[in-house]
Ligand binder design. Structure first.
Ligand code: FAD
Length: 494
């Protein structure tokens, strides 16, 4: 079924077959010409030049790249993958990814809950996650690297476990929201999300306390969780095989052409303290929670941005718990979908590979309340998990919702960063208003991992289709809405 849309909007179903086709189709002559035109104002050979930007280094190696992607997390990698897939012979050699920490020790993705769902209220969010679902299901094909040494162990397995998401409502307003969301989800093609009355919930999930529940919304397929590491490594290996260059480092300076509003070069501090100047055609900012620091560098030494990205790093904690599976009195969940409790927003799900035997292991967490939620000042804060969240909010909510969770032990916990969009907690995808060749994919506020396939594809389209989206129309996520003070409302923020 086609989604209902405002006139002029285009929302084309996610098409992986197109991607597979694109991987083998060259650029059309006209798009090649456009690309050449855009490339014409940068030098074509590498040379040793003297730094004139605000970099403190006096001598700088220089390179020429078409697209410089800053931040090699899932969104940066997906951008490179989708962009390279559009070029003749999938040649990504004109793309460079700059990543400051290739161990991904503190990237949001590796510290995330790895969840994917289509249960959003905005049709664009639903559609993005539908593409994410299909991408994950096809990851072993899409990310396969054809080399002679490849054996079965090299197969990409993102461990997509389709055990669903379960949203619960305990108020009339919450129930109405689930009903309205369901209509949107169905209009965009989600046929596996079902509304369940309390009695049906009780039957399906005998471990759940439904005494105060009015309605549940459960995705039977297509939702669940996967291994973020496996996705990152699979994308990275695939990108490398397509010729994408990877650099360990971070930008320290840039040069802008004031007339054309374009960033013409970016100085990157690489290993061994050497600065390399990249003459660029395009820059993509996929640096996650610290995307504003990157924008500051791109603005050029000392220049203040009129439009900083309204995204800040906010701490989110996850607790890994074990539940006593030998209880007589209460049923212990064998497989718990990612369940979101009403009122508190506390979530939990099974953890570990599910092979028919209950592991008793679960992940859980909650976003702090608005009055205490704030940007963190330095990454060091990630060393400390907010245990009062467990004591005061999570455990009481869990024990109420699943009586068997009265007997649990916290086995470990960690903290990561949401790249939190302070205006409307939705993605910002599109060109920066002050820089004509800088594309942003930021501010996903806790749902960026599952949307990374669609976000990367969207950026690749903007870069290669003259600033237009080709498959999903994601103009609602452009920076314009922030300038025009038209925040998007998404009811499904967790
Ligand atoms: C606790 C928690 C749970 C979450 N759960 C989910 C979930 O269930 N589902 C979901 O979809 N999302 C979830 N998220 C959100 C998700 O992790 C992010 O939305 C997603 O990782 C964003 O991808 P990214 O590539 O933009 O950012 P990241 O994953 O953070 O990657 C950005 C990369 O940029 C690099 N970088 C930063 N600054 C620079 C610089 N100056 N120079 C060079 N490199 C730089 C970083 O080192 C990093 O590797 C969760 C997040 C947290 C913290």
């Amino acid at each position: 079924m086609q989604p209902s849309m405002a006139p002029g909007q285009r929302l084309v179903p996610h098409r992986l077959s197109d991607l597979l086709r694109l991987q083998h189709s060259p650029l059309t002559p006209s798009s090649r010409l456009r690309r050449q035109r855009r490339m014409c104002n940068i030098p074509t050979t590498c040379c040793l030049s003297t730094s004139v930007g605000s970099s403190s280094k006096s001598s700088t190696n220089s390179r020429v790249v078409d697209t410089l992607i800053i931040g090699g997390g899932p969104i940066g990698l997906s951008t490179a993958f989708h962009l390279a897939s559009r070029y003749r012979n999938n040649d990504g050699s004109n793309i460079t990814i700059v990543e400051r920490d290739p161990t991904y020790g503190r990237s949001s993705a590796t510290l995330s809950a790895g969840g994917i769902r289509q249960q959003f209220s905005l049709k664009e969010n639903v559609a993005m996650s539908l593409y994410g679902r299909d991408f994950l299901r096809q990851a072993h094909n899409l990310l396969r690297v054809d080399d002679n040494d490849n054996d079965d162990d090299d197969e990409v397995d993102v461990q997509f476990q389709e055990h669903g998401y379960l949203f619960l409502s305990s108020s009339m307003a919450g129930k109405d929201q689930l009903l309205a969301n369901n209509q949107v989800q169905r209009s965009v093609g989600c046929t596996d999300i079902h509304l369940l009355e309390p009695i049906e919930l009780q039957h399906k999930f005998p471990w759940l306390n439904t005494s105060d529940i009015l309605l549940g919304s459960f995705g039977t397929r297509g939702e669940g969780w996967f291994d973020p590491w496996a996705l990152i490594l699979g994308l990275k290996r695939k990108c490398q095989s397509m010729g994408v260059k990877f650099v360990k480092g971070y930008p320290v300076a840039s040069e802008r052409d004031k007339q054309s509003k374009r960033v013409v070069s970016v100085d990157v501090l690489e290993e061994k303290e050497s600065v390399v100047r990249y003459h660029v055609n395009h820059v993509v900012n996929t640096s996650g929670a610290y995307c504003n620091d990157v924008m500051q560098i791109l603005a050029g030494g000392g220049n203040r941005l009129l439009h900083p990205i309204p995204v800040e790093p906010r701490k989110r904690c996850i607790f890994f718990i074990h539940c006593n599976t030998q209880q007589q009195e209460y049923v212990v969940p064998q497989v718990a979908p990612l369940t979101i409790c009403p009122i508190t927003g506390v979530y939990f799900r099974s953890e570990g590979l599910i092979r028919g035997v209950p592991t008793g292991n679960f992940l859980c967490g909650v976003s702090p309340s608005r009055d205490v939620d704030r940007a963190i000042d330095d990454m060091g804060e990630l060393e400390y998990v907010d245990h009062e969240l467990w004591d005061d909010i999570i455990w009481p909510a869990l024990a109420h919702r699943v009586p068997a969770f009265g007997e649990v032990k916290v086995k470990s916990s960690w903290a990561g960063l949401y790249e939190y969009n302070t205006i409307d907690q939705n993605a910002i995808i599109g060109f920066h208003p002050e820089m004509d060749n800088v594309v942003l994919a930021n501010g996903f506020s806790g749902h960026g991992l599952q949307q990374s396939p669609a976000a990367g594809r969207a950026v690749a389209e903007l870069l290669s289709c003259d600033g237009q989206f080709e498959t999903l129309d994601l103009r609602v996520f452009s920076f314009d809405r922030l300038i025009e003070k038209r925040p998007l409302f998404e009811a499904g923020i967790v």
